[in-house]
Ligand binder design. Structure first.
Ligand SMILES: [Fe+2]
Length: 242
């Protein structure tokens, strides 16, 4: 329950925050924001059983990855939301919006949103980017676009693998759309292509927590196996929405 004194303080902070907020949300009523809950982010369930991606991704890794690591990103993002006082995190300001406008966030909240918001967003996508009996190759318009961008599917696989292996320490390798142009890039930690204006279409998590139990230090083996779990239908649906 928010007290009247807190509400007044919160409203003042909200007004100050909105002064630097993108115009798309400038019309938002700051006083209304003060009464909204500040912990709105929730852990989405896995869209399949924890053992669905066996033998490529083992059940124990999936369980810990989702139930512990992703859950921690969500919990810490919600803690960070306490520093987003007055910013509309409960309504249309989704985690996507926050990550697209990091530079507009209050400075004290920015690192946590970048790391934990990025972790929440990246993992929410990652679960959907894989499926039971996945793998194979894309078809249709996505396949054509990938051939145009990379020359062939095998060249794309080699490029994504190269980016994933080249990511020093923790991070991700991505197939992204930069406008309509398909590209491969890597991000460190939980940085997401969304924050640099790209649309992530497919991403592979190369944090050790994604593979160490089964593959130990053999990131290459993990990547080779992971391609057998890719959900190309999901990637194609995201591509179709560009
Ligand atoms: Fe992860």
């Amino acid at each position: 329950m928010i007290t009247r004194r807190q509400a007044i303080k919160t409203t003042a902070l909200a007004t100050a925050a909105l002064a630097t907020w993108p115009s798309v949300h400038a019309q938002t009523n700051a006083a209304a924001l003060a009464t909204r809950p500040l912990s709105p982010f929730t852990l989405p369930p896995l869209p399949y059983a924890v053992d669905a991606l066996e033998p490529f991704i083992d059940a124990q890794t999936m369980q810990i990855h989702h139930d512990k690591h992703h859950a921690a990103y969500v919990a810490n993002l919600n803690k960070a939301a306490a520093n987003l006082v007055g910013i509309d995190v409960a309504g249309p300001l989704t985690v996507e919006f926050l990550l697209q406008h990091l530079s507009n966030l209050p400075e004290q909240a920015r690192p946590a949103v970048r790391n934990h918001g990025g972790g929440h967003y990246n993992h929410s996508l990652f679960w959907q980017m894989m499926k039971k009996n996945g793998g194979g190759e894309p078809t249709g318009e996505l396949a054509k676009a990938m051939d145009t961008a990379f020359g062939s599917f095998s060249a794309f696989q080699a490029g994504l693998t190269h980016a994933a292996l080249g990511q020093f320490g923790s991070g991700w390798a991505w197939l992204v759309a930069d406008g309509k142009q398909l590209k491969i890039e890597a991000t460190a930690n939980q940085d997401t292509p969304l924050s640099t204006g790209r649309t992530p279409l497919l991403g592979v998590d190369v944090w050790e927590h994604a593979y160490y139990l089964k593959y130990q230090n053999k990131r290459t083996e993990y990547l080779t196996a992971w391609f057998n779990a890719v959900n190309w239908d999901f990637v194609a649906a995201r591509f179709a929405q560009l």
